[in-house]
Design a protein around this ligand. Structure first.
Ligand code: HMG
Ligand code: MG
Length: 297
């Protein structure tokens, strides 16, 4: 049976904007987050405290956070890769963070300048110190279905990476299809393997990119497998600058349209969301990737 309700974890301001080369003004970023909150998104990932040279678009993270309601009812998590990032985030008043690991050796090198094994040593003090400060820690795993350099990624490698992050103290795992190559049966097999290893669906979120047009089908397959948290990006913005061939995330509007059709509650006001994405697409000077936004705007 499908769930009665799901949680949509909005990543537009972070995953969506990190891939835009033209720097988006601070006021626009702050307005984007405020509009997403006003549209009813229950959680909005706001930015990243990564090295500013690695992601210049998000170099203004501390200034953005200073303009946002960090103690409001809607959690506004930020990406943090290491202790330097955690120091900056805590100083800015962040209450929720997300670390981001790679399931493959090559992407650990490209995205974190680390090896697969070294990344856990980098994350360990981040998770421990964040938790000691009462800050919640989500953990992403990237390249869970395929890697542009290594090809197919064994399911066991993803499960073992994910379980190491939970053992460090992460409260949720977001399973990333960074380059959008996943298909429905692969998604269900991955969920089954996590369950077989003792990690139930309540620990898992799904993070689909739509490169091959499979993101919505994969979300439906994940729903059938018992997943109740889905990452999505307003208008379908997104992509990772360190992953070849990564395009936008599953569009939040496309997910909402499907959930409405299935009668699954999500709390989001679709009209307000579409208006926000149409506005952002004008600001960026780009057609929205989301079919639902194009149909309704
Ligand atoms: P590094 O160069 O190895 O860093 O980068 P380092 O530890 O050697 O430090 C070098 C210098 O950088 C030092 O300064 C540090 O203080 C400074 P110096 O002493 O030379 O003056 N530094 C920092 N400054 C500010 N903030 C920091 C920070 N860290 C070090 N946090 C590092 C290692 C991890 C920092 C780098 O590789 C990095 O920033 N990577 C981030 C890449 C990124 O943001 N990728 C996109 C997000 S992941 C994604 O999109 C996938 C996801 O959506 C899921 C999916 O789709 O699969 C989440
Ligand atoms: Mg992503």
């Amino acid at each position: 049976a499908l769930p009665e309700s799901v949680t949509i974890y909005e990543v537009g301001p972070r995953d969506g904007l990190q891939n835009e080369s033209a720097i988006v003004p601070l006021d626009v970023k702050a307005e984007f987050v405020r509009r997403l909150i006003a549209a009813g998104l229950p959680i909005v990932e706001a930015t990243s405290f990564v090295h500013p040279k690695w992601v210049p678009q998000l170099a203004d993270a501390a200034d953005l956070v200073a303009r946002l309601p960090m103690d409001g009812p809607v959690p506004l998590p930020v990406l943090v890769p290491n202790e330097r990032g955690l120091d900056r985030a805590l100083e800015a008043g962040v209450r929720h963070i997300a670390i981001f690991a790679s399931a493959t050796e090559t992407f650990a090198r490209k995205n974190l300048n680390s090896t697969l094994d070294e990344q856990f040593a980098m994350f360990e003090p981040v998770v421990a110190r964040a938790r000691a400060a009462g800050v919640d820690v989500r953990a992403y795993v990237s390249m869970c279905f395929g890697d542009p350099w290594e090809g197919a990624v064994p399911v066991e490698q993803v499960v073992s990476t994910g379980r190491r992050l939970l053992d460090l103290g992460a409260s949720q795992l977001s399973i990333g299809d960074t380059i959008g190559v996943a298909t429905a049966a692969h998604v269900q097999e991955l969920v089954r393997q996590f369950e077989a290893a003792g990690t139930g669906t309540q620990w898992l979120a799904m993070h689909f990119h739509d490169t091959y047009g499979q993101a919505l089908a994969n979300a439906h397959a994940a729903l059938q497998a018992g997943i109740t948290t889905f990452d999505a990006s307003a208008g379908g913005l997104g992509g990772c600058p360190y992953a070849e061939s990564a395009t936008g995330n599953l569009a939040t509007e496309d997910l909402v349209w499907m959930l409405d059709g299935l009668g699954i509650a999500h709390g989001v006001d679709l009209d307000a969301l579409v208006q926000s994405s149409a506005w952002m697409s004008t600001v960026l000077g780009k057609e929205p990737a989301s079919a639902v936004v194009r149909a309704l705007a």
